[in-house]
Design a protein around this ligand. Structure first.
Ligand code: GDP
Ligand code: MG
Length: 735
């Protein structure tokens, strides 16, 4: 028989661990349509039954407060799984049962998996499962998800429920006299109009009305406007009453009664503490140090620094492998395909573009791996807790800290994993504000540009200026977040409800699965659109090509050079030997010169070049000429392209890092450049539109609307700032 089963529970209750234990490798990750909450499904075979198990997002509650909670609720009412496993952390029963309570109110057929029995035992907590089962009237199976203990019994209990329970049985909990009376009144009206009864139990809808649940209110208004209005009036009256008499909203009373219900159950001999209850557990002892007001931040800096080192230094090797791999591939094509458009497109458009994106993969894997360690061990919650007070001032949340660090908050990083790391934020507006401001950090791709310009124009004080620009990035990002949170993302801050889970030793298996899931999503998401865009950028910088006579003139110059020398030297150059005679070196330098001039002419003549020239009238305000403009347009593909495009535009041919010194010298000598222009350019480059991979990630994580917003908002802001720098600088003759 086919059975549909779902797994629900608080974050950190061990859901993923149990899911992996039950389904093994037979699982499949996707996304719920339209939002970025993971949808994970796996197959279990147990006693001739085939069970499809869905891992619901971890939630503490089932209000309409976050995407996760809505997904959980919608899944249950729409898909109607035959049984729901509610995984509960036995070492933290009271808090975990809050969700259980709401599942029972919804009425889904339930089996409670009482997890972390080992932890509970270590802490001297003894739980009488039979008593709990009897009081809740729900099967309770003790398990240890990590070792697989109890998993057969759990599946057996599930099968019993599917065989015995055919319909939903919503549990009635009393919410005190006032609200119970109102509920009765609401229920009568809902029954009369049969409002939403194909999805929700009547009493459940009534409770949601009292809780002021946005989603249910909207559904009610849509399906029966008249009844909905009556219901809302009844609720408004009741709410007015509780506010006058008790100074609270009905939601708070409902929550209180749920906790009361749980407490009353637990007090009936379910839990006994073998040890003295206020004994300090290991976790608390560790917290005495790690979240200490003075020492805590020091440890935090050290740990974050370690993450940073691990992510950006250790991934060097695999990143180089990948780069070499793509370089090799390019070389193969260079030698096999005939010269021409196709070759140029495959090398510059396809391989460089896709390679650039896939090149991030090792970095992202290392980053997600370190985040997984911090997350699974429970430390990430502490970092968020400590940072919350500072971030709150800027309309952000403690959990925003990780995305900022990952995006380059210390120096070098990447906004792509940064954007993806915002998933730990629960409130949509705080998440959005974080997601839109992390691209302001100085990612690894901006560093070569910073190094180039600072090196050329402020060579006596490099480290200091680097530090200054890192600080500037933070100040701008936080102020921008504040600005967004008081305008387009206006809304109250969410309270810091994140519970500090006890420290635990992460398992390698869990870490690897977490890392792989997230990396795979990056590849899938970023990979789909990239090919098109990188080919487009290539085309913009290649077409329409030089007019024939100009190409011919460059060819003629080359021929002239070659004719002026002896055939042996020509042969020597053609042989491609590494060590050339002085004469041959001189000739090939001359030839390169011509090639570079041709490249520059081509670029100027290309669509991107024309666009650059067209923009010059505006960008002059910030001191940028058309060459800089092309480099900035190219920088949208990836910020490191700025250096190489500047190189081409200032006819330096291929510019690698060693040669960038000389590009710096070149810029320094150029009439268009000076210190003020350099600072204006730096400011612009730091803050203008994120690179397109980041933009695509923003689009996938939020929506295209927000992706466009981020491009325009950042570019306009960066331009205003650059103009201000340039105008003020020139006015005071700082150049
Ligand atoms: P989720 O957030 O609900 O998916 O929780 P996870 O499955 O990621 O588990 C959180 C942490 O608890 C991980 O470090 C697990 O290894 C650990 N864990 C899960 N189940 C058990 C258990 O039964 N005993 C112990 N000691 N640790 C567990
Ligand atoms: Mg999980």
């Amino acid at each position: 028989m086919q059975i549909l089963m779902a797994l629900a529970g608080n974050p950190n209750a061990g859901k993923t661990t149990l899911f992996n234990q039950l389904t093994g490798a037979r699982q499949h990750v996707g996304n719920y349509p339209g939002i970025t909450v993971d949808h994970k499904e796996g197959i279990i075979r147990h006693r001739d039954h085939t069970i499809t198990l869905t891992d619901l997002p971890g939630t503490y509650s089932m209000t309409a407060y976050s995407a996760e909670e809505l997904v959980t609720r919608d899944y249950l009412v729409n898909e109607r799984p035959q049984v729901v496993i509610n995984i509960v952390d036995a070492s933290n029963l009271e808090r975990n049962l809050y969700l259980t309570c709401q599942l029972m109110e919804l009425g889904v057929p339930l089996v409670i998996a009482l997890n972390m029995m080992d932890v509970a035992k270590d802490r001297g907590i003894e739980i009488k499962t039979e008593v709990l089962e009897q009081l809740l009237q729900v099967p309770v199976v003790p398990i240890i998800a990590r070792s697989g203990f109890g998993k057969k019994e759990l599946l057996d209990a599930c099968l019993r429920v599917t065989a015995e329970v055919a319909t939903w049985h919503p549990r009635d909990i009393s919410y005190g006299e006032d609200l119970d009376t109102t509920l009765t009144e609401l229920i009568a009206r809902i029954d009369q109009a049969a409002l939403l009864q194909d999805s929700y139990p009547t009493r459940y809808t009534a409770i949601k009305y009292l809780e002021n649940d946005d989603q249910i209110l909207a559904k009610g208004r849509k399906s029966a406007p008249d009844t909905a209005q009556v219901l809302e009036e009844i609720v408004a009256k009741a709410s007015g009453h509780t506010q006058r008499t008790l100074e609270v909203f009905p939601e708070a009373i409902i929550a209180d009664h749920r906790y009361g219900y749980i407490k009353s159950i637990l007090r009936q001999g379910v839990v006994t503490h073998k040890f003295d209850t206020d004994r300090l557990y290991t976790s608390d002892k560790i917290d005495k140090v790690l979240t200490n007001r003075l020492v805590g931040p020091v440890f935090m800096m050290l740990i974050l620094f370690a993450v940073y080192q691990f992510t950006f230094s250790w991934s060097d090797l695999p990143v180089t492998w990948l780069e070499n791999g793509f370089g090799w591939l390019g070389n193969q094509i260079e030698h096999t395909l005939p010269d021409g458009m196709l070759k140029s497109m495959i090398i510059s458009g396809v391989i460089d573009g896709v390679g650039g994106v896939l090149g991030f993969v090792p970095l992202i894997m290392f980053m997600f791996f370190s985040i997984a360690i911090l997350e699974d061990s429970g430390y990430l919650a502490r970092v968020a807790f400590m940072m919350d007070r500072i971030f709150r001032i800027f309309g952000l949340h403690g959990s925003s800290v990780m995305p900022f660090i990952v995006s380059g908050g210390i120096a070098g990083g990447c906004a792509v994993p940064g954007v993806m790391a915002t998933r730990t934020l629960r409130s949509p507006k705080e998440r959005m504000a974080t997601l839109l401001t992390v691209p302001f950090m100085n990612c690894g791709a901006k560093l070569p540009v910073l190094a180039l310009l600072i090196g050329a124009f402020f060579s006596n004080n490099k480290a200091w200026y680097m530090f200054l620009f890192t600080m500037l990035a933070w100040v701008v990002a936080l102020l921008a977040a504040r600005f967004l949170r008081s305008t387009v993302l206006k809304g109250a801050p969410t309270p810091f409800v994140m519970e500090l889970p006890p420290y635990r030793f992460p398992t390698l298996r869990g870490l690897l699965i977490h890392t792989w899931e997230r990396t795979y999503q990056y590849i899938k998401k970023a990979g789909t659109v990239i090919l098109g865009i990188s080919i487009l950028l290539w085309a913009l910088m290649t077409f329409p090509g030089l007019p024939e006579q100009q190409t011919a003139s460059f060819e003629q110059q080359r021929q002239e050079i070659l004719h002026s020398i002896s055939p042996t030297v020509v042969a020597e150059i053609a042989s491609g030997a590494n060590a050339l005679s002085p004469q041959a070196t001189e000739v090939s330098t001359k030839l390169n010169q011509v090639n570079n001039e041709e490249n520059e002419a081509k670029l100027q003549h290309s669509f991107a070049g024309r666009f650059g020239i067209l923009l010059e009238s505006v960008t002059r305000l910030a001191g940028f000429d058309w060459r800089t403009n092309i480099a900035l347009i190219g920088g949208f593909a990836a910020k490191e392209v700025i250096v190489s495009t500047l190189g081409t535009a200032y006819s330096m041919g291929d510019v690698d890092t060693e040669a960038s010194e000389s590009l710096g010298q070149r810029l320094k000598k150029d009439n268009n450049w000076n210190r003020v222009v350099a600072v204006a350019a730096l400011v612009f480059i730091m803050f203008y539109a994120p690179c397109f991979v980041t933009v695509i990630c923003i689009a996938k994580e939020a929506s295209w609307k927000w992706a466009f917003f981020s491009m325009t908002f950042n570019t306009v802001f960066a331009f205003i700032a650059a103009v201000a720098v340039y105008q003020v600088g020139m006015f005071f003759h700082l150049a």
